[in-house]
Design a protein around this ligand. Structure first.
Ligand code: PMP
Length: 279
């Protein structure tokens, strides 16, 4: 073979391989991977790579269908099926296959992918051009990417402990929910975090601002603290799938419920818009 693709036991040239649309890697980035080079059909440092791979599987609560030893045997076997002796070897596990839901069942079995193609180690005399950049890899919450692994973990852990949503914060400032925007009402004022890189600019958040405007409720677009959240008259959770709901509990203590009248005005505005549009 010139190249090799492997998916849960099926083997073919890479271009011929297809993965199911419902594989969670496709829509959540819910997977882990590792890569190594092979030279003369031997995978360099394979045991160390597999240790890391299986450590990651454990960290992310994957049910692996294969042991570390079996994976090693599989990789070495696959590497030997490719004609070229010098290879790039990539392997991946995705959490499993199911209809899209952040929450995954405990018995979901991981899918195993392998991709192999020819690659030679570059000349060691080569020297490199560099450019420096601030590390912002964990600060792109404003982009609706499909790399939702942290959201998946938050949602599943919350669900398994009987919570409906996780409120995320950094440096004691609330950013948003794991799959929603969080706003509060306090003394008749609507507070919501500003649309910067810390939050997704939610569509329903936008409707909430419209609703405030309509009902002449003052708005402050500033990040609020966990303390503010705790002391809020109402905590409002908004998203396209839930529209707009209020919380009654935060961290095992009663929360909100002190300005239901204002909350209802906002909620009715959004639900009315929804039903109007769906007539
Ligand atoms: N923040 C995050 C992280 C989300 O996943 C969502 C849901 N898509 C929201 C906010 C709410 O956005 P929207 O109102 O557009 O659904």
């Amino acid at each position: 073979m010139k190249t090799l693709g492997y998916y849960n036991g099926k083997i073919s040239e890479l271009e011929e391989m297809q993965v199911p649309m419902l594989d969670r890697a496709c829509y959540f980035g819910d997977g882990i991977y590792d890569t190594a080079l092979a030279c003369n059909h031997k995978v360099f440092a394979i045991d160390v790579h597999l240790d890391r791979f299986f450590d990651n599987a454990k960290l992310l609560d994957f049910n692996m269908p294969i042991t570390k030893e079996e994976m090693k045997t599989l990789l070495l076997d696959l590497v030997n099926k490719v004609d070229d002796p010098d290879l790039f070897v990539y392997w991946q596990a995705s959490r499993g296959t199911a209809l899209r839901s952040h929450i995954y069942p405990e018995d979901m079995i991981a899918n195993i992918w392998v991709m192999i193609w020819p690659k030679k180690l570059q000349d060691k005399e080569k020297t490199l051009r560099l450019v420096s950049k601030e590390d912002t890899r964990k600060r792109h919450n404003h982009i609706k990417t499909i790399n939702l692994l942290p959201a998946v973990q938050y949602a599943t852990n919350a669900y398994r402990s009987g919570y409906d949503e996780s409120v995320l914060y950094r440096n004691n400032k609330v950013s948003e929910g794991s799959s929603s925007n969080i706003s509060i009402l306090k003394d008749g004022i609507f507070y919501t975090a500003p649309c910067d890189e810390n939050i997704l600019p939610g569509i329903i958040r936008k409707y909430l601002l419209q609703a405030c405007h309509y009902h002449k409720i003052p708005v402050v677009e500033e990040a609020f603290s966990l303390e503010d959240l705790k002391n809020a008259d109402e905590i409002i959770i908004s998203s396209s799938t839930r529209l707009c709901l209020r919380a009654h509990e935060l961290d095992e203590k009663p929360a909100g419920g002190k300005d239901i009248e204002t909350f209802k005005k906002l909620q009715d505005y959004i639900f009315d818009k929804f039903y109007e549009a769906c007539k």
